[in-house]
Write a protein that binds this ligand. Structure first.
Ligand code: PEP
Ligand code: MG
Length: 756
């Protein structure tokens, strides 16, 4: 009989048994008979894990009295060993194996050969099905295949929880069930409480045995074709083309998607009578087992990719498509994923999504920038997360310290809820300030603007009640594209942004590409590595060298603002001539527009970012040329302290409230006095209450901040008397105390001003 035919015969007979109304024990008894008969073996036995021991559940050929009596520990005897190691054993002479153990009650001494395969449930071996023969012989592949198929069917039986009681099923699950705390890296701060939702839910396999093998073969064939299309599409896709980590994953995906061996093994499994889903899963199980034996972290990573791809194939073939977003997100969801693309995150309902926990992710990842804009706390770099959390688990995300509590104890839950309630109370107060103009106690109107970078961000402008967009990071469109965004696409985006702003001002910053914001289609770091990317060929430096890039952007901005005011800001200006050169590119285009009678913007204001310290020394030269100046404290502080802004080890080391930063900022503010130049701050610093207080004290009257901070900062402004804080700051900066942060905190507390 051919391998496939033999396996198929067993499957058909097993299928009948499983479909019958027999109780679980009866089914097991029938299974051992069927396998014994088909493989012509004297003995067939099933062992299952119960209360941590492997128990003989059914046998044909061994002493029936031993059923539910013979028990062995994991790792004990041949069965214990194969379950423990999650591996198939095929032995001509069982007694020769070092782990062989003789059990007199079974009467198995007369049998020489032994073959056993593990029964795998939720990725873990929880039992075994064995055959034994009197004759010493090695089993053929076809027989082993048949046993493996039986093992799958048996695991379906376990999945239906008919075999073992609920508690035992929980035991079988190697995921811990008690409270657990996992550590990661805070990517977006905040608190969140909710229920774990997997971005890509596990596929449930309802049917193991195929009704029609040809149909299953076609299903897998089509699924493979679709999957390859998807993978190829990803390379062109806007969401995936961000380079770096993504690129590598994509290459591995491709390698697997076109791997003939993988497809062949799935087809062989289908030949044996499995459904497409079961075949994919079985091949995956086998690969998992093999890979587990290889202790190589690099391979383990690749395994992760194959796992992802196998799940993708399963989802396609089973029609259980889509992510948790497309299936409709439940309330209070904490999203669990290996990684996410920015667009994937945007698919989720913001009102239902409370937090995100990722196995990967980094501070500069685009998804993180999007999450920050959405106001969703994110923790990243939580290793092995998906093995610890199960769908539906309660989760507390404390992204103030980068910790998530999984299945928290009630006491922790209570404490968290109390903290949470306080935060929510505050948020409600802030939301109430949406339409309130931020005047200080002494009656000065402060401009509170928001930072944005995506079309979607604009929806938050009216929600938070900001005065406009003080920094629109145009490079985001470049970052989420796989290819250079054509001018028309840029124009469309800028026009949409201006439309959404409904007359409120928007400051467009020309592209700040390069450095950590690499775009592979513009800069090939493999050819031209930037040893020190933050100080490298980025932003205006790159834009001026690639004249065409800036020219296209200038055109797009002019076109989009036809008949409306346009504000343009240049990033990373280090010397005044760079500002002049960039402005000249725009003015050339203005001349061209005039000549070709195209509608020009109603007005054009040019501004610069001050984020490179050198510019501060020559501000007097630049000032007469500017309409506005925006201090980018993110970059400025990294350059002042020579401390990489994306290095988590340095994140806490230098304080924004140190005399060095504050004196620097004070000097900048003072050098603009007497010039009709609008000055503001657009770094993250302005979004924190204590830091914002300091900035007000230094003379800054315009802050552009992350949208979620708009409410808290407005509330703060209403409590401040500028004369008072200015006097305090002047004093502290003239003779700095040990900690300005402490002094400022104390100062705020005395006035009952809450800080972060
Ligand atoms: C900054 O550097 O402070 C800034 C606002 O720009 P970005 O964060 O985009 O570099
Ligand atoms: Mg910057």
């Amino acid at each position: 009989m051919s391998a496939a035919a033999s396996a198929r015969e067993i499957l058909t007979r097993l299928h009948e048994v499983m479909a019958s109304r027999m109780h679980a024990q009866g089914k097991l008894d029938r299974v051992v008979d069927i396998v014994g008969e088909t493989l012509d073996s004297e003995v067939c036995s099933i062992y299952l894990l119960r209360e941590g021991m492997l128990e003989l559940y059914a046998t044909r050929g061994l002493n029936k009295e031993a059923v539910h009596i013979t028990r062995m520990a994991m790792g004990e005897g041949l069965t214990g060993t194969l379950v423990n190691n999650n591996e198939t054993l095929n032995l001509a002479e069982a007694t020769a194996h070092p782990d062989f153990q003789y059990r007199p009650e079974t009467g198995e001494e007369k049998f020489h050969s032994f073959a056993g395969v593990p029964i795998v449930y939720r990725e873990r071996a929880v039992g075994a099905i064995n055959v034994q023969h009197v004759e010493p012989r090695r089993y053929e592949d076809v027989e082993i295949e048949a046993l493996q198929t039986c093992a799958m069917v048996l695991s379906e039986l376990i999945a239906n929880a008919e075999l073992v009681d609920g508690e035992a099923v929980a035991d079988l699950d190697d995921r811990p069930t008690g409270p657990q705390t996992v550590n990661g890296l805070t990517l977006v701060g905040g608190l969140a409480s909710g229920v774990a939702v997997f971005h890509q839910p596990r596929v449930t396999i309802d049917q193991v045995v195929a009704d029609d093998i040809e149909v299953e073969r076609q299903r897998v064939y089509r699924a493979f074709a679709k999957m390859r299309d998807q993978i190829d599409g990803m390379a062109r896709d806007v969401e995936f083309g961000a380079g770096g980590e993504h690129e590598e994953v994509l290459q591995t995906y491709k390698m697997f998607a076109y791997d003939e061996g993988w497809g062949r093994r799935i087809n062989e499994a289908i030949d044996s009578g499995l459904t497409a889903e079961a075949a994919i899963e079985r091949v995956q199980q086998r690969t998992r087992m093999r890979m587990r034996e290889i202790d190589d972290p690099l391979l383990a990573d690749r395994m992760h990719d194959l796992e992802d791809l196998s799940n993708r194939l399963l989802r396609i073939v089973s029609g259980q498509l889509g992510t948790a977003a497309t299936q409709g997100l439940r309330k209070d969801a904490i999203l669990i994923a290996r990684n996410l693309g920015p667009a994937e995150l945007l698919e989720y309902d913001r009102r239902r999504l409370k937090g995100v926990v990722l196995e990967e992710g980094s501070l500069t990842a685009h998804v993180v920038i999007v999450a920050r804009a959405m106001g969703i706390p994110v923790i990243g770099r939580v290793q092995g997360l998906r093995g610890i959390v199960a769908e539906g688990d309660q989760l507390l995300v404390d992204a103030t310290v980068g910790v998530a509590h999984v299945r928290p104890a009630p006491s922790l839950l209570e404490a968290f809820e109390a903290r949470f309630a306080k935060t929510k109370e505050r948020q409600a107060t802030y939301a109430g300030l949406r339409d309130v103009e931020p005047f200080t106690r002494c009656g000065t109107r402060i401009q509170v603007m928001m930072n944005a970078g995506l079309r979607d961000d604009m929806a938050t402008l009216p929600l938070v009640g900001a005065d406009g967009v003080g920094l629109f990071r145009t490079e985001f469109q470049f970052l989420v594209s796989a290819t250079l965004p054509q001018r028309e696409r840029q124009t469309r985006l800028y026009r949409d942004v201006l439309d959404a702003a409904q007359g409120k001002p928007v400051i467009f910053r020309t592209v700040d590409i390069g450095g950590d914001k690499a775009v592979p289609y513009l800069i090939d770091h493999t050819v031209d590595p930037d040893e020190n990317p933050a100080m490298g060929w980025r932003a205006l430096r790159l834009a001026l060298d690639r004249g065409g890039l800036l020219k296209a952007q200038a055109r797009a901005l002019l076109e989009a603002s036809a008949g409306r005011p346009l504000s343009v800001m240049f990033p990373m200006v280090s010397e005044p001539w760079e500002f002049d050169a960039a402005k000249a590119v725009f003015e050339d285009q203005v001349a061209y527009f005039r000549k070709s009678k195209k509608v020009l913007p109603e007005s054009i204001s040019y501004g610069a970012m001050l984020e490179v310290p050198s510019l501060a020394e020559v501000l007097d030269l630049l000032m007469p040329k500017l309409s506005f100046l925006s201090v980018g404290t993110n970059d400025l502080t990294q350059f002042l302290f020579a401390a990489d802004r994306s290095n988590p080890k340095l994140a806490e080391r230098y304080d924004w409230l140190s005399p060095a930063v504050l004196r620097f900022l004070q000097r900048i503010a003072q050098s603009t006095l007497g010039h009709p130049v609008d000055i503001g701050v657009c770094g993250e610093m302005g979004g924190r209450r204590l830091e914002a207080l300091a900035l007000l004290g230094l003379g800054y009257r315009r802050l552009s901040i992350t949208p979620v901070s708009v409410g808290p900062i407005k509330e703060l402004i209403r409590r401040v008397d500028l004369k008072e804080i200015e006097a305090a700051m002047t004093g502290w900066l003239a003779a700095p105390p040990a900690s300005i942060r402490d002094e400022l905190t104390h100062w705020a507390a005395e006035r009952e001003i809450e800080v972060d």
